[in-house]
Write a protein that binds this ligand. Structure first.
Ligand SMILES: Nc1ncnc2c1ncn2[C@@H]1O[C@H](COP(=O)(O)OP(=O)(O)OP(=O)(O)O)[C@@H](O)[C@H]1O
Length: 236
């Protein structure tokens, strides 16, 4: 398999507007860690939304886990989404579920045993420093706390692909370090990770990470490393 994700000449426009993504071609190798960078408005969230199948591209080919997801019947999309963990920029927690039940959601959808669910939720909430808020309603949490719940939920099911949109935008530096360690640990277990960020500090945190740079809807790939990724890059 050439990659866990492949884009070929992908374009995206909203309505009748100009294309906000243009001629985007790349492949992501399984098990790698990628940072997606670019100025505000460059298209990072739009690119991630194609990856988590929130919309279809206006043109081009997208393959996920080796399958063409542009022409796949809609009823098969949930099967792909279950293999992906997403940290949305606006968190998207379920308001009528407790913090613990939000984190448990992907595990329950995957049919995990309740005892495994309870243990995973405990472990994840401890990691993001929110054990004491397990029973709380998401609306009673600060923005940074909600972001940490969203991260715990995305990571809990050990997805094959993790997509995180500005996941440390609302937390302090010490918590950002801790969350990046969580992503790096998940990556160490084999998850392919894509983190979008403006923050140059974060880029220094994961040494073996590769950079995807977007500028005005185009992916900059001067060395061709994203188009023709090595089969496996050393994590040293
Ligand atoms: N739903 C939408 N309808 C119309 N235009 C949109 C929509 N979402 C994004 N855009 C436009 O697409 C372009 C790329 O936006 P996008 O949110 O993908 O950029 P970004 O790099 O994630 O920015 P930021 O770092 O500010 O979140 C922008 O010009 C934006 O105005």
């Amino acid at each position: 398999m050439a990659g866990i994700v492949q884009f070929e000449n992908v374009g995206l426009r909203y309505g009748q507007g100009e294309e906000v993504l243009r001629d985007v071609t790349f492949a992501l190798a399984p098990g790698e860690f990628y940072f997606l960078t670019g100025a505000s408005g460059a298209g990072k969230t739009s690119l991630l939304s194609l990856l988590y199948l929130a919309q279809r591209p206006s043109r081009g080919i997208i393959r996920l886990f080796g399958e063409d997801v542009v022409t796949v019947p809609r009823k098969r999309l949930p099967g792909f989404r279950r293999r992906i963990g997403v940290v949305y920029q606006d968190f998207r927690l379920v308001p009528h579920l407790s913090v613990a039940d939000n984190v448990a959601l992907p595990l329950r959808i995957a049919g995990a045993d309740e005892s495994d669910v309870a243990e995973a939720v405990r472990e994840m909430l401890a990691w993001v420093g929110l054990s004491h808020r397990a029973a709380a309603s998401p609306e009673t949490l600060s923005g940074g706390e909600q972001q940490r719940v969203a991260i715990a939920r995305a990571v809990a099911g050990r997805p094959e692909l993790l997509l995180a949109d500005e996941p440390t935008g609302n937390v302090d530096e010490a918590m950002a370090d801790r969350l990046m360690q969580l992503f790096a640990s998940l990556n160490g277990l084999g998850t392919t990770v894509v983190v979008s960020t403006h923050d140059p500090q974060l880029l220094r945190q994961v040494k073996a990470a590769q950079l995807m740079r977007l500028a005005d809807g185009r992916l900059l790939d001067p060395t061709g490393a994203l188009r023709f990724p090595p089969a496996r890059v050393s994590m040293a």
